[in-house]
Design a protein around this ligand. Structure first.
Ligand SMILES: Nc1ncnc2c1ncn2[C@@H]1O[C@H](COP(=O)(O)OP(=O)(O)OP(=O)(O)O)[C@@H](O)[C@H]1O
Length: 725
């Protein structure tokens, strides 16, 4: 009688059953790898744990960053071998140390971020002790309560009830304090870490973006980092994480204190059953994960169908899409039924664990009570601790699973980000900008790297020899740009030489057109001029200075590029134009002036909200010609002395082309311009036309000169005329 009443009462101490997570969140919380593999193609191979080893070997090369000591001749290496070695030794040691210093998410970093919140961590620890004490005191009070009821204990009932009341009142207060403070600390750590990872990705060399897909990169910041975030935010509840650990330690200690003769056998039995059940339940994680994956494929199918609805209609593809979606629905149903089965099994095994522990307690404890070795109250308390221990052990096993998934996610982040090369010149410029702005910008503060002893100091050391940017703009407005014996292979295809000894001078303030067959290397020249890549041999100079001696962020300010497919951001028209200037405070008058010069003002004011009209994703709410004119307005606002037009009008119809060409003519005035165009009619007026074939300049001259030469250019013109006729 007593025992059944106490069981039901004591059950109230454990209102939280072991959680069964939502399939998606469960898959995410327990296995970042799963999410990742959902979105990752086979290209990215991650060995299980020592993921950073392979990149480590590669990282040695990362020290070979082209920096200072740029000297005269085109063939001179930018950095000599001994210097590279000294950079490594400056970095403070052997290869291991160097590669580990390239890891972004390190224990040291996490620790230093945590230490920023000492007060909150202190409050969390105290409240954890508080809520565990309250929780673990309840079964004792319950035991005493029953002893008082059956007359085995001489204690005023009101005094006991008052103590129980205090414990009940304090536990939720401590819990709130613990959860809130832990969350605030971890959210702050995670936001800084997320910003640091974003920044690290942002400063990678362009080849990084050739190597990894956008989805892969975004998975680092979402699912992988999310898994690290969840390790705390999903484990602050009752029966998880630190609470579970403290409850286990507390319970075992109390059991040994209350009944040393019962505790060893009973404690060992309860622990082992709970661990077995928890391990079994972890083994069912793939079922949860499979359900999450089935749901993801179903939603992929939906978004693909409706985002391509016009294509579906035009191919009468409705039936095919229905069949595809139907298959996904059936797969989702199958996995849902399987999941339901496993959920009920999981629920049952938890109960089985509790029941076995209780029966063991009744058998062992009951006999001890009868023999007068332990009191009824102690026995009743033990029932409460049976529940506490069972749930806490299972919670801790789940937490350890989450922890393992998080460690794997951290390894992935490190392996991706330490295996490739940071664009040091870009990193340097950005670091300077952050340091200038962080004092009055909360968002930018997140990106500041406090680890000045490490990578940054090395970057600054490298960069100290770079030329001051003060005169770059002046030089760019007044000097020629020369490509001297430029050789180039893309980093991902090092065996294929795209440019093989290209020489070309872009005269200051004039227009140079690049023409030639597809794949000849014209856009590659643009990429080198933009400094997305560096020549593998030879150099590009401005007024005789190798352009690598200028900071990349400064260089970006003197070069404007207008592409065939201009990229607009999904903000307003005005903000897209203002993107031309790094400073956020661009005046509306300047924006309008640029838009007028780009023949864009009229159509902009006719939009529903004028300059405040949102342009949609990648500018999808505007026509190609409108997008192009906004891009030109952006370039006009930027007012860079070097201009690159890469097929800027080729995607437009005749009317748009006329409008855009007018804007371009305005833009080109007085700037050193390089134009790439397949339509030769658009480059006839260039000051010089360079015919690119096989990675070299095959012919160079004006339109008339080249026609008179009757060479490749003449043939190209002839072919186009023929095609036109
Ligand atoms: N990121 C890259 N990685 C590896 N190879 C590349 C990359 N980009 C271009 N290539 C290769 O470089 C060669 C030259 O390409 P490029 O785009 O410079 O030619 P193009 O003359 O501009 O051609 P088109 O007129 O068709 O635009 C091509 O063979 C192309 O496959």
């Amino acid at each position: 009688m007593v025992s059944s009443a106490s069981t039901s009462l004591l059950l109230l101490h454990h209102p939280t059953p072991t959680r069964l997570l939502h399939p998606i969140s469960h898959a995410r919380a327990t296995n970042g790898l799963c999410d990742r593999r959902l979105s990752l193609p086979r290209r990215l191979h991650f060995p299980p744990i020592l993921l950073s080893d392979a990149p480590r070997r590669r990282t040695r090369g990362a020290a070979t960053i082209p920096f200072a000591n740029v000297t005269g001749s085109a063939s001179d290496p930018i950095v000599s071998e001994p210097e590279r070695k000294s950079d490594l030794s400056d970095a403070g040691g052997d290869e291991e140390e160097w590669s580990s210093s390239k890891k972004l998410v390190k224990w040291g970093l996490l620790w230093s971020l945590l230490l920023r919140h000492k007060l909150r961590i202190g409050i969390s620890v105290l409240s954890l002790v508080g809520c565990t004490t309250c929780t673990l005191s309840m079964p004792i009070f319950s035991g005493r309560f029953f002893e008082v009821l059956v007359g085995a204990r001489q204690e005023p009932l009101w005094s006991l009830l008052a103590k129980v009341g205090i414990a009940y009142a304090m536990e939720p207060i401590f819990t709130v304090l613990y959860v809130v403070n832990m969350n605030v600390v971890w959210e702050s750590v995670m936001s800084t870490l997320r910003a640091q990872i974003f920044r690290r990705v942002l400063i990678q060399k362009v080849e990084f973006f050739d190597r990894y897909k956008v989805g892969e990169i975004s998975a680092l910041l979402t699912s992988d980092l999310g898994s690290l975030k969840d390790v705390v935010s999903e484990n602050v509840s009752r029966d998880r994480g630190f609470r579970a650990l403290s409850e286990i330690i507390g319970t075992v200690s109390i059991l040994f204190t209350l009944a040393p003769q019962l505790a060893p056998i009973l404690g060992a039995l309860m622990l082992s059953i709970s661990v077995l059940v928890a391990v079994y339940k972890r083994s069912t994680v793939p079922v949860f994960r499979a359900h999450g994956m089935a749901q993801a494929s179903m939603s992929d199918c939906v978004s693909e169908t409706f985002s391509a609805i016009r294509t579906v209609r035009s191919f009468s593809g409705e039936h095919r899409q229905m069949s595809m979606f139907g298959n996904q629905v059936l797969a989702y149903r199958r996995s849902g039924i399987r999941l339901g089965m496993f959920k009920s099994l999981n629920e049952s095994v938890t109960r089985v664990a509790v029941y076995i522990s209780l029966i063991a307690l009744y058998c062992l404890g009951g006999s001890k009570v009868k023999a007068g070795e332990i009191s009824v109250g102690t026995f009743a308390s033990f029932i409460g601790y049976t529940f506490t221990l069972t749930f806490a052990v299972q919670g801790l096993v789940n937490t350890s699973g989450d922890l393992r998934a998080s460690l794997a996610a951290v390894e992935r982040i490190n392996s991706v980000l330490s295996g490739v090369e940071v664009d040091e010149t870009l990193a340097y410029g950005l670091e300077k900008e952050i340091q200038e702005k962080e004092h009055h910008d909360e968002a930018i503060k997140l990106f500041s790297d406090d680890d000045h002893s490490g990578k940054n100091s090395r970057t600054v050391h490298y960069m100290s020899a770079l030329k001051s940017a003060h005169n770059l703009s002046t030089l760019a407005w007044s000097a020629d740009i020369c490509l001297e014996d430029v050789h180039f292979s893309y980093p991902l295809r090092p065996d294929i030489e795209i440019l093989s000894g290209l020489d070309l001078t872009l005269k200051c303030g004039t227009v140079t057109a690049l023409v030639g067959p597809s794949g000849a290397g014209k856009s590659t020249i643009v990429q080198l001029l933009s400094r997305f890549y560096e020549p593998t041999k030879g150099r590009i100079t401005l007024s005789g200075e190798d352009i690598r001696t200028f900071e990349k962020t400064e260089w970006a300010r003197v070069v404007s590029i207008v592409n065939q497919e201009p990229v607009l951001f999904s903000v307003s028209v005005g903000e897209n134009i203002a993107y031309g200037l790094p400073d956020e405070n661009v005046s509306k008058d300047d924006i309008i002036k640029a838009a007028k010069a780009a023949n864009a003002h009229e159509f902009i004011v006719s939009l529903p909200q004028g300059y405040d009209t949102l342009v949609g994703e990648r500018g999808g709410l505007l026509s190609g010609g409108q997008r192009q004119r906004i891009a030109i307005a952006r370039a006009l606002l930027k007012n860079a002395p070097i201009l690159i037009l890469d097929e800027a009008t080729s995607a437009l119809d005749a009317v748009s082309e006329r409008l855009v060409q007018g804007a371009l003519n305005h833009l080109m005035k007085g700037r050193t311009t390089m134009v790439i165009a397949h339509r030769l009619s658009t480059v006839q007026n260039a000051h010089q036309i360079a015919v690119v074939t096989d990675g070299r300049i095959a012919e160079l001259g004006t339109h008339l000169q080249l026609l008179a030469e009757k060479g490749k250019y003449d043939t190209l013109v002839g072919t186009q005329r023929l095609a036109f006729e």
